[in-house]
Design a protein around this ligand. Structure first.
Ligand code: 3HC
Length: 697
């Protein structure tokens, strides 16, 4: 009858099992199967009630997102959900794993819901640029009340079974065997003659939009703050409001139109792209599932500076014992004090309690000298960015680390092949490039040197997962993927200031694109001296034909290191971090422009947008072409998680595709003619533009 929805009788209860691995997504075959088997159970004289559950790891985790790019096929999920209203026998949803999106909506069509204690449920559709489109915006408020429904629908965060029970979404939590418990629950409903709870029935006393004005305003505000620039949370709220003013069928019809508009929007396409891009990153073309990552039972970190401490905390938070080494007892003690302070901050924000802090601190040991790292399975070096220092450290590590230990460097741009060559075991050396603060930032750039062993790389990628990070693989080059593709954006931002734009104008254009901060405000935050030092260390390699960041250097020469100095591109009052325009920056820009013959002029927002974005895209194309990144989408995932690029724009490479590569190539050629060598067009960009093709699929 149906390959994907099983039918069995258990006593006088029909059990319908959805079996569509990996997550039982509600694709066309499942929807057809459900209708068929629901009708069969309805007509089966041996069945008094129906239980719907998921095989394997989960209840359906939603509609099949891959179908969104294809023509829709009936029955739509909404029809399946509405069909349940007509079934005269009680229908019980038995939830385990994650009942998400359409999965939860399917349960709302059922008359009762029971769940395993570990089950999670929610409506994460806003993360895909849509909203619950199978009547979730109508049924959830009726079941859980408006506030709880808006919480789930607008914020898109799943809740656990216990909270779902509090919210009235779940009728009972079943300890032990879920299937047996659900069947027993159904039998009791039949025995008690309990009425079926139909969640589309008219609302009694639920109130009008005016009654709920405060709640609605609260979620509008949350949507504006947490999902800035995104439409679908507001569309979702509009749908819920429709449900307060219209009869169910009319509200559902209005939903349908709104849902289609959202689904076809650029935002939804970008968000769906990001969903799959994020899942692609862990697939490394030449490292298959047969490559077994090495066992990591204990870890070590070299350096208790800002970066080292963040890495230590990230490891300890994920349950790893970690030894952090420094060159003196004083540095060790300072590091431990700062780590404890970070945990105190987490306690203050209610993220952990004292007992949890103690548990995590017990995992951390401070020590002087490398000898303490002899037993570690993984050592991460987070020392000063100086190639000679790093080579020396790795030479010393080589002498004491145990055989098979992974030796990782946290360098953000250096030649890891050269660092690996300082050891007798380059196959064990990898890059683990964390982002500040390392304990909070989700991105981990795993760098693959020439001689690294496949299982060493697999270990780095697994470590990312085990520490709740997104690991993205890069080959070795100056700056790898993340910093190399971002540098041109920052470079153009500073050139634009030299040419006449104000830092505030440049930053406003980029925050206008949806980035959380502008590049110049970010430089002030992280310190202008960091890249100044890097430029100094690379002075010998500078190509005189390439335009140089004289203005950024001059800012540092004048002590304008950013927030920590009270002045950078902006000025800051009384140790604060609120950027204020500073006329001195303009004066320095004019001075540098004069010295280097730069003509100052009025610069349009459009030029700022194009120069900053297209410079990064052109570099991204070079990174892809050189095989530094395995896929364009890997570059995008870096931008989403490393630099706060708005997810609803997909990433810089996806944005490029949406703008059109021919347009971008045309502008890059113009900028090349105008501004010289740094704008040399990527051959890949040229080729794809000429073919009318894209970076991403
Ligand atoms: N549709 C299609 N494929 C899906 C899918 C979905 N809804 N959910 C997951 N998958 C695929 C993934 O792409 C992945 O495929 P791959 O192995 O080929 O890479 C595989 O299933 C396993 O997924 P994960 O790697 O993400 O597995 P996890 O165990 O880490 O996470 C999960 C499981 C929590 C269910 C997570 O996959 C998830 O959050 N899925 C999306 C849930 C969602 O957004 N649901 C709403 C869909 S839209 C909707 O329902 C509209 C409705 O209102 C009409």
């Amino acid at each position: 009858m149906s390959d994907v929805v099983g039918y069995e009788l258990e006593g006088r209860v029909a059990v319908l099992t959805i079996d569509n691995p990996p997550v039982n997504a509600l694709g066309i075959a499942v929807r057809e199967g459900l209708v068929t088997q629901i009708d069969r159970a309805g007509a089966d004289n041996s069945a008094d009630a129906i239980v719907i559950l998921g095989a394997g790891r989960t209840f359906p985790a939603g509609a099949d997102i891959r179908e969104f790019d294809q023509p829709t096929r009936e029955p739509h999920l909404i029809a399946v959900v509405d069909h349940l209203d007509t079934v005269k026998k009680p229908v019980v949803a038995a939830i385990h794993g994650t009942a998400l999106g359409g999965g939860l909506e399917l349960t709302l069509g059922c008359h009762f819901r029971v769940a395993a204690p570990g089950a999670r449920m929610g409506t994460p559709e806003v993360n895909l640029g849509i909203f619950p489109g199978a009547a979730g915006t109508q049924r959830l408020p009726r079941v859980a009340g408006l506030d709880h429904a808006l919480e789930l629908i607008v914020l898109g965060k799943p809740i656990g079974a216990a909270i779902a029970k509090d919210y009235g979404i779940v009728d009972a939590i079943i300890e032990g065997d879920l299937r047996a418990g659900a069947v027993a629950f159904a039998e009791k409903i039949v025995a008690d003659g309990a009425p079926r709870a139909i969640s589309s029935e008219p609302r009694n006393g639920v109130g009008s939009p005016e009654d709920h004005a405060e709640t609605i305003a609260k979620y509008r505000d949350l949507a504006n703050r947490r999902m800035r620039g995104q439409d679908s949370p507001h569309q979702a709220i509009d749908s819920v409001i429709d449900g307060l003013t219209m009869p169910y069928p009319d509200a559902v019809a209005a939903d349908r139109k709104r849902f289609e508009t959202c689904k076809n929007s650029g935002q939804s396409q970008a968000l769906r792209y990001a969903f799959f891009a994020e899942r692609e990153v862990s697939k490394i073309p030449d490292i298959g599932k047969d490559v077994v990552p090495r066992e990591i039972a204990s870890t070590g970190v070299i350096g208790a500076g800002t970066m080292g401490r963040g890495i230590v905390i990230s490891l300890a938070d994920s349950g790893f014992p970690v030894t952090v080494v420094e060159t003196s007892q004083e540095a060790v003690d300072n590091g431990m004090v700062e780590i404890a302070k970070t945990y105190d901050g987490m306690i203050k924000r209610g993220r952990i309690d004292e007992a949890e802090k103690d548990k995590r601190l017990v995992r951390i040991t401070g020590a002087v000298g490398f000898a303490a790292l002899g037993a570690a399975d993984l050592v991460i070096e987070a020392a000063f960015e100086d190639l000679d220092v790093k080579k020396q450290i790795f030479g010393e590590l080589d002498a004491i680390a145990k055989p098979g230990a992974i030796l990782a460097t946290n360098t953000s741009y250096m030649d890891i092949d050269a660092i690996a060559a300082a050891t007798s075991r380059p196959e064990d050396v990898i890059g683990l490039h964390y982002f500040v603060p390392a304990n909070a930032m989700r991105l981990l750039e795993v760098v693959r040197p020439e001689k690294s062993a496949p299982d060493a790389i697999a270990t780095g990628m697994t470590l990312a997962k085990k520490t709740s990070k997104i690991g993205v693989l890069a080959r070795v080059c100056h700056g790898f993927i993340a910093n190399r593709s971002r540098l041109p954006l920052v470079r153009e931002a500073t050139f634009l200031v030299e040419e006449g734009a104000s830092p505030a104008q440049v930053d406003a254009v980029l925050t206008g694109l949806g980035m959380p901060m502008g590049p110049l405000a970010v430089s002030d935050l992280s310190g202008l001296d960091v890249s100044w030092r890097m430029r100094q260390s690379l002075a010998d390699e500078h190509d005189p034909e390439e335009r140089y960041m004289h203005l950024a250097d001059r800012m540092c020469e004048r002590g304008r290191f950013g927030i920590k100095a009270g002045k950078g591109w902006y000025s800051y009052e009384d140790g604060g971090s609120r950027p204020m325009p500073d006329p001195e920056t303009e004066a320095i820009a004019m001075e540098v422009a004069r010295e280097h013959g730069t003509v100052r002029r009025e610069i349009s927002d459009e030029e700022i947008r194009e120069r900053c974005l297209y410079a990064a895209i052109n570099e991204g194309a070079k990174i892809l072409d050189e095989g530094i990144a395995a896929r364009a989408s890997d570059i995008d995932v870096m931008w989403l998680y490393g630099f706060g690029y708005p997810r609803w724009r997909g990433g810089i490479m996806f944005t490029a595709d949406e703008i059109g590569l021919d347009r971008i190539y045309g502008r890059v050629k113009e900028f090349h003619a105008e501004h010289g060598k740094l704008w040399a067009p990527s051959p890949l960009l040229a080729r794809l533009a000429e073919e009318g093709s894209r970076f991403t699929r």
